[in-house]
Design a protein around this ligand. Structure first.
Ligand SMILES: C[S@@+](CC[C@H](N)C(=O)[O-])C[C@H]1O[C@@H](n2cnc3c(N)ncnc32)[C@H](O)[C@@H]1O
Length: 200
């Protein structure tokens, strides 16, 4: 996908597309017929890219300005298969709804104070940076179809080993399908799938 083809408007109250957004976009190559879910759409850039490739994308965010901006950006790019809604992670998604692809670029910076503004919710990953990663790992399996894939952006600021442990415990495997070394961290894209033959 040529990102320069996209028109993406900005809003200071919403996370702007960044290296992690582009890394995630470059890493996902879905089937046309897939139904996808993105948790935390921000500007909508990841969901809009997905919507160009698959049948249907559901995208949510806890920040109302992110939903407004994603709606505007979807319209600027003539996207009409992206359904946006407010949700705290999976809270608004009916149990039993299954997706072939679930994507999350979480807030992951270690911050020792609660978020004050909506934009803080984009970065603030709690005291060790892993608060939303752990919550996501606890719930995504209830919404992923048996042959589905979840794509999680994770920074080296939070130990991959902890993610690995949580996934194995719930019978999932992952593979690092892309990475990017930056000054103070390395970004990884994890492709997660159900491990049928896993035993504990
Ligand atoms: C790092 S930004 C990623 C934005 C966009 N997906 C991208 O890659 O450019 C994280 C996004 O997750 C949203 N978010 C944070 N906590 C959330 C929660 N509990 N439920 C849903 N969305 C959340 C933030 O508002 C923000 O838009």
């Amino acid at each position: 996908m040529d990102l320069f083809e996209l028109i993406i408007a900005h809003d200071d109250r919403v996370y702007p597309p960044d290296e992690n957004s582009y890394l995630l976009i470059d890493s996902i190559s879905p089937n046309d017929s897939s139904k996808a879910l993105e948790i935390g759409v921000g500007s909508g850039i990841v969901s809009i890219n997905l919507a160009k490739k698959v049948d249907e994308v559901c995208g949510c965010d806890i920040n109302p300005f992110a939903l407004e901006l994603s709606k505007k950006n979807a319209s600027l790019n003539h996207i009409n298969n992206l359904y946006l809604f407010s949700s705290n992670l999976f809270s608004s998604i009916k149990i039993g709804t299954l997706f072939d692809i679930i994507v999350f670029n979480p807030p992951y910076l270690p911050v020792d104070s609660p978020p004050r503004k909506y934009i803080d919710l984009s970065y603030n990953g709690g005291i060790d940076g892993g608060e939303y990663i752990r919550k996501f790992l606890n719930y995504f399996g209830m919404y992923l179809s048996p042959n589905g894939r979840a794509y999680l952006l994770q920074s080296s600021l939070y130990p991959l080993e902890l993610t690995n442990k949580s996934l194995r415990l719930n019978h999932y495997d992952f593979e690092i399908i892309n990475s990017l070394k930056l000054d103070f961290e390395t970004l990884y894209v994890l492709e997660i799938r159900f491990a049928y033959n896993n035993t504990i």
